[in-house]
Write a protein that binds this ligand. Structure first.
Ligand code: 9MR
Length: 315
């Protein structure tokens, strides 16, 4: 079971306490931002590899698996990609981007978020530059390009708001079935899991199972549990229970192949910048001291290992 964290590139370079905790606590890592198109290719044909390279080298030194995030995301398209281009130009640039990045890290990235957030809340395909110009086939194309560049990598479709049995989750299930019926190499579905402390998803386990039933892997890809500030010991206990519940769901479903938190320290989390009045969403506080949620995960993993030993035929 891969237990990973998203990694903040600046902290990895500049903060030895951050890096040593990352190396000690996790067996998988995801780049939080360094592999996004806008960051990787700030100018046409000019790639900025050092951030991504640095993380991969760190992971290899620490025996960690690397989860690549993300190849196609409407929200991080470089500014030089013009909405006025003819469709064929956009398609070629997108294809070259996917091919360049996946080939560079061939054999070193075990899984990729190929497309991120392609659905709207109502379950329709999100209106993005890619959909407008290229039509819905851009999704299948992206998977095929990625597969051609690294046939060994596991290819995921990743989204938020799909942890419970929402309309969006229903639509994603339908999309994944269609893609697989068409022979598109979709191997897995990533459940981002940005959750509020007082609104845990309903029936996450059942939801993961119905995706697993169509033959794909599932993964928790960006878990954090934001708390309304100020924090209190009670809120942190409830937060811990949500972390535990999500891990338990993943451990319960054999197709759940990895569990990733979206940053591990409150000092470096995206939450306060995006969710007004919320914070403290991670496993460690701003001084890198473990919170109750950390202990809850350790307990849950121990409990699961105990179960395994008791019944060696299950996994
Ligand atoms: O945590 C990321 C933050 O630092 C970036 O500014 C932001 C925009 O690139 O992306 C955040 O990560 C997002 C992830 O890439 C996709 N799912 C939602 C995450 C939180 O916004």
């Amino acid at each position: 079971m891969r237990i990973g964290s998203a990694v903040d590139g600046r902290s990895l370079s500049l903060d030895p306490a951050y890096s040593s905790l990352l190396g000690a606590e996790f067996n998988a890592v995801t780049t939080e931002n360094a592999m996004k198109w806008r960051n990787l290719e700030p100018l046409p044909g000019v790639y900025a590899w050092p951030g991504a390279d640095q993380l991969i080298e760190f992971a290899e030194r620490h025996g960690q698996a690397v989860y690549g995030h993300t190849l196609v995301w409407h929200s991080d398209v470089p500014t030089w990609v013009s909405p006025d281009w003819p469709a064929e130009r956009l398609r070629t640039e997108l294809r070259d981007h996917v091919t360049e990045v996946v080939s560079r890290y061939r054999g070193r990235v075990w899984a990729w978020d190929v497309v991120n957030e392609v659905l709207d809340e109502d379950g329709s395909l999100r209106e993005t530059l890619f959909l407008r110009k290229l039509g819905r086939r851009y999704i299948a194309d992206a998977f095929r390009w990625a597969h051609a560049a690294d046939p060994g990598a596991r290819l995921f479709i990743n989204d938020y708001g799909i942890e419970g049995r929402t309309r969006k989750a229903d639509a994603l299930l339908k999309l994944v079935k269609e893609l697989r019926r068409e022979g598109v190499p979709v191997d897995g579905v990533g459940f981002q899991s940005h959750i509020a402390w007082d609104q845990p998803p309903r029936d996450l386990t059942g939801n993961l199972r119905r995706f697993a039933d169509v033959g794909v892997s599932v993964a928790i890809t960006e878990l954090d549990v934001r708390v309304e500030l100020p924090t209190t010991p009670e809120k942190l206990e409830r937060q811990a229970a949500v972390y535990r519940q999500v891990l338990r769901s993943c451990l319960t479903v054999p197709a759940c192949v990895s569990f990733t938190v979206w940053g591990f320290t409150d000092a470096r989390s995206w939450i306060p910048g995006y969710h007004r009045g919320y914070g403290a969403a991670c496993l460690f506080d701003g001084n890198l001291a473990p919170k109750p949620a950390h202990q809850a995960l350790i307990d849950e993993l121990g409990r699961h290992a105990g179960t395994d030993r008791a019944s060696p035929t299950t996994n």
